[in-house]
Design a protein around this ligand. Structure first.
Ligand code: NDP
Ligand code: BG6
Length: 492
């Protein structure tokens, strides 16, 4: 298990403490930190929402959430009791200033503590809540504000939210969550690239043919079908999670792990992304929607049926993009994500160029399969490198592809990978902003995506159907075929 850094005493306020995110992710993550002994004795967790609940009623809800979302074997009775003892609840409508005053009084009981105010609410409330927090003085040097995605639905709306927040909080106090950055395996990507000398010299157009980034989900929109209908895969996944994976794959080595060094390099990648052309809109940005089908042997309805009405919202996106800089000139990056694909699997695949000439006659260059580095993000986190080897035994020089495989779970004998939120929630307390998005970074990602969204709206573009349980619309495979490539076959 990782080393435990006990953090300074804190008060964690979760606005939206009765919501799905708090129940499913935030409280279970904090519980696991309790289990690992990372929470200081004095730490308090305060839920805020409109529902009129007493402290005891709220604690009952939190306990129910933990019993649902934490594995039973981890629910040690003493730890659970200690953890639940940290909770309090303060009912407040986001627009009622008196509620903020009461919150301030409660937090002022311990003025020296780090205070985190986590907004797990609809993003339309981020601006107003920030203003009220500032009005009652909850924007001091010890106060930190955490913002959940989605931060806006396009560039102008994101700028509006950021501007409203900036009226109340200094950028150094703002922590914008992209939970992919907290994933163990995503950080391993940095360890792999910048902790080994091997990769730097081959990490460029000289040797790399193309890169594929896939985040496949087998689940559908499910309970969040209504939220999703206003979002779609491009806003929900590509603008944030896939864009971040692209940045970490393509960025230059930062001078250090310091927050701004890392974020400066990611920003450069986002700003180097080639704008989409009219031809790209036709051929290289694929928008799909799942229809009825079967996942893991189980029949499932199509997205429109789940929603209960016809919809043009996409549940799948595949696209080709380029990072127009010296390192990556001419190297395509293919990104794809979708719901109701056959399996849950996220990976980054770096395809290297073919050898220029084969010395193994009569083996031709065609028989020498190009090297390929697969960074598996989830599940079964690890790395594998496909190499050509000699087929063992006599009978001439035959070549055969083989893999060097590293499974993090086996190598490090891990029982479980900590959830991304476990790291991120306490990084806020520690004041470590490396894994959070800076305002300019977020806006650069929206600047890249907004023309696509505008094009879809202006042209009333529909979606390509794909059967639930398939790998997405034919057009996505066709995009690769046109380029003489195919999606990473191990996924099939
Ligand atoms: P929910 O609708 O489940 O929860 C919203 C929370 O906000 C509830 O606690 C609600 O409580 C509270 N709330 C709403 N309006 C007000 C108000 N005017 N004043 C005070 N509290 C209010 O949403 P989620 O938990 O799913 O999502 C929260 C945020 O996190 C959203 O921005 C979402 O997009 C984002 N997110 C969610 C993920 C998830 O898996 N759920 C994943 C990634 C991001 P009450 O009604 O009692 O006021
Ligand atoms: C969230 C999206 O940000 O990420 C969800 O809103 C998606 O739609 C989820 O299911 C995927 O996260 P993970 O950690 O399960 O890959």
């Amino acid at each position: 298990m990782s080393k435990i850094i006990v953090v300074d005493p804190f008060d964690y306020v979760v606005v939206g403490g009765t919501g799905d995110l708090a129940r499913r992710k935030l409280f279970p993550a904090l519980f696991h930190r309790e289990l690992d002994g990372q929470l200081p004795d004095q730490a308090r967790i305060i839920g805020v929402a409109r529902s009129e609940l007493s402290d005891a009623e709220f604690v009952t809800q939190v306990e129910a959430a933990l019993r649902e979302f934490v594995p039973e074997k981890d629910l040690d009775a003493d730890t659970l009791k200690r953890f639940l003892g940290r909770f309090a609840y303060m009912p407040n409508n986001a627009f009622t200033v008196d509620g903020y005053r009461a919150l301030k009084d409660k937090l002022d009981e311990h003025p020296d503590r780090v205070r985190v105010i986590y907004l797990a609410t609809p993003p339309s409330l981020f601006g107003p809540i920030s203003a009220f927090l500032a009005e009652v003085g909850l924007n001091g040097p010890k106060d930190r504000l955490v913002l959940e995605k989605p931060l806006g639905h396009d560039l102008p709306s994101s700028q509006e939210i950021n501007a409203a927040v900036a009226e109340a909080f200094d950028e150094s106090q703002v922590y914008r969550i992209d939970h992919y950055l907290g994933k163990e395996s995503v950080q391993n990507l940095m360890a792999l690239r910048f902790g080994n000398v091997l990769f730097e010299s081959i990490w460029s157009k000289a040797v790399v043919d193309h890169v594929q980034i896939t985040v496949a989900e087998d689940i559908g929109a499910g309970d969040r079908a209504t939220y999703y209908s206003k979002s779609g895969a491009l806003r929900d996944m590509v603008q944030n999670h896939l864009a971040q994976l692209l940045c970490l794959t393509a960025m230059e080595a930062p001078a250090s792990m310091d927050a701004d060094s890392v974020r400066d390099e990611k920003l450069k990648v986002l700003r180097a992304l080639r704008p989409f052309s009219a031809e790209d809109f036709q051929l290289n940005v694929i928008r799909g929607q799942y229809q009825a089908g079967s996942v893991d042997g189980e029949a499932v309805p199509g997205y429109a049926d789940e929603l209960g009405e016809p919809t043009r919202t996409e549940t799948y996106v595949a696209l080709k993009t380029f990072v127009d800089n010296w390192r990556w000139a001419g190297v395509p990056f293919y990104l794809r994500t979708g719901k109701r694909l056959p399996i849950r699997s996220s990976e980054i695949v770096v395809h290297f160029k073919a050898i220029p000439h084969s010395i193994f006659r009569p083996v031709t260059t065609d028989e020498v399969v190009p090297n390929r580095l697969v960074i598996r993000l989830q599940p079964d986190e690890g790395v594998s490198l496909r190499l050509m080897t000699k087929d063992p035994g006599p009978g001439g020089m035959r070549l055969r592809a083989a893999s060097l495989d590293l499974s993090f779970k086996d190598e490090f004998e891990l029982e479980r990978f900590p959830d991304a939120y476990e790291r991120l929630l306490l990084d806020v307390v520690r004041g470590n902003r490396t894994l959070f998005m800076r305002r300019d970074e977020l806006e650069a990602a929206w600047a890249w995506m907004t023309p696509v969204l505008d094009h879809w709206t202006e042209t009333e573009k529909g979606t390509e159907p794909y059967a639930a349980g398939s790998w997405g619309p034919d057009a996505a495979a066709e995009m690769m075929r046109r380029d003489g490539r195919s999606w990473h076959e191990d996924m099939k």
